[in-house]
Design a protein around this ligand. Structure first.
Ligand code: NAP
Length: 264
C-alpha cells in the first residue's frame, strides 16, 4: 500500500490510460480525484474506486478551461483534503496530414494537452507547495520526441509538455515537488484504435523491438514509480515506455516513405 492515505488527482480518468492509473493508485491505498470531459465515464471510474474501499471525488472538467480546472482542484481539496500527486493524462489525438491541418485542430491539441497540463499543474502545485510535498506526472508521448505522421499539433503539444516538465522541475524543487513526464509508445486504448486501423496497428506493433502494443497497466506502473515517495531525487525526467520504438526511430521514416510511394 505504497500510496496509503495519499490523494491523487488524475485527469481524463474516465477511460483508457487515465482510468487504469486512477484504479492502480486506489489499489495502493490512495483516495482519487477524477476529472474528465465525460461526466458519465468519470462517475463510473469514481464508483469503481469506491468499490475498492477508497474515497473518490469526480467532476466534469475540461482541462483546457482555466476556470473548470480551478473548480476541480478546489473541489478535490474540499472533498479529499490534500493533494499529493497529480497525473496530467487527459488528451485527444485527431490525425490530419500537415498540409490539411485546420486552425481548430491545431488549437484543440495545444489547448487540451499543453494549456491543460499547465493549468492543472499550477493549480495543484499551489496546494502542494503549502505542504512542501508533491509529485507531478504528465503523460507526454514518443510523438513529442520524434516527428509523428499526421499528428503535428499533437507532437508539438507533447514536446511542450516535456519542456514544461523541465521548467517545473527547476521552479518547484524548493517546494518539495518533483515533475516528470512519461512518453508512451502505442498503448492499446480506444484513442489509438480510433486513430489507426486494425491493420495499421498490427503493422506498427510488428515493427517495435518488443513486438506488441503496450498495455495501460504498463503506463500506470511507470506513473506509480515516478509518483512514489521514494522517487524524490527524480525530477525533470521523461521516462520512455515504448517497447523500444524511440531506440528504433528509423521505422517511422521508412513507413512515411513507403506511404508516399503508395506501398502502405
Ligand atoms: P483515451 O482512451 O481517448 O482517454 C482519454 C480520456 O481523456 C477520455 O476519457 C477523454 O474523454 C478525456 N478527455 C479528452 N479531452 C479532455 C479534456 N479536454 N478535459 C478532460 N478530459 C478529456 O486516450 P488514452 O489512449 O487513454 O490516452 C491518455 C493519454 O495518454 C493522452 O494524453 C494521450 O495523448 C497519451 N498517450 C496515449 C498513447 C496511446 O497509444 N494510447 C500513446 C502516447 C500517449 P472522452 O471519453 O470524452 O473523449
Amino acid at each position: 500500500m505504497q500510496f496509503e492515505n495519499q490523494v491523487v488527482l488524475v485527469t481524463g480518468a474516465g477511460r483508457g490510460i487515465g482510468k487504469e492509473i486512477a484504479l492502480s493508485f486506489a489499489r495502493q491505498g490512495a483516495d482519487i480525484g477524477v476529472a474528465d470531459v465525460n461526466e458519465d465515464t468519470a462517475q463510473a471510474t469514481a464508483n469503481e474506486i469506491e468499490k475498492l474501499g477508497r474515497k473518490a471525488f469526480f467532476t466534469r472538467a475540461d482541462v483546457s478551461d482555466y476556470g473548470q480546472v480551478q473548480q476541480f482542484v478546489s473541489g478535490a481539496m474540499r472533498q479529499l483534503g490534500r493533494i499529493d500527486v497529480l497525473v496530467n493524462n487527459a488528451g485527444i489525438a485527431q490525425p490530419q496530414p500537415f498540409l490539411e491541418i485546420t486552425p481548430e485542430n491545431w488549437e484543440n491539441h495545444l489547448r487540451i494537452h499543453l494549456f491543460g497540463t499547465f493549468y492543472c499543474s499550477q493549480a495543484a502545485a499551489r496546494e502542494m507547495a503549502k505542504r512542501k510535498y508533491g509529485r507531478i506526472v504528465s503523460i507526454a508521448s514518443v510523438a513529442g520526441l520524434m516527428g509523428p505522421i499526421d499528428l503535428a499539433p499533437y507532437g508539438v503539444a507533447k514536446s511542450g509538455i516535456i519542456g514544461l516538465t523541465r521548467a517545473m522541475a527547476l521552479e518547484l524543487a524548493d517546494y518539495g515537488i518533483t515533475a516528470n513526464a512519461i512518453a508512451p509508445g502505442p498503448i492499446d486504448t480506444e484513442m489509438i484504435r480510433a486513430a489507426w486501423s486494425k491493420e495499421a496497428l498490427e503493422e506498427r506493433a510488428s515493427h517495435l523491438p518488443i513486438r506488441r502494443l503496450g498495455q495501460t497497466s504498463e503506463i500506470a506502473h511507470a506513473a506509480m514509480f515516478l509518483a512514489s515517495p521514494d522517487s524524490g531525487f527524480i525530477s525533470g525526467a521523461t521516462l520512455v515506455v515504448d517497447g523500444g520504438s524511440v531506440a528504433a526511430g528509423a521505422y517511422m521514416v521508412e513507413k512515411y516513405r513507403r506511404r508516399k510511394a503508395g506501398q502502405a
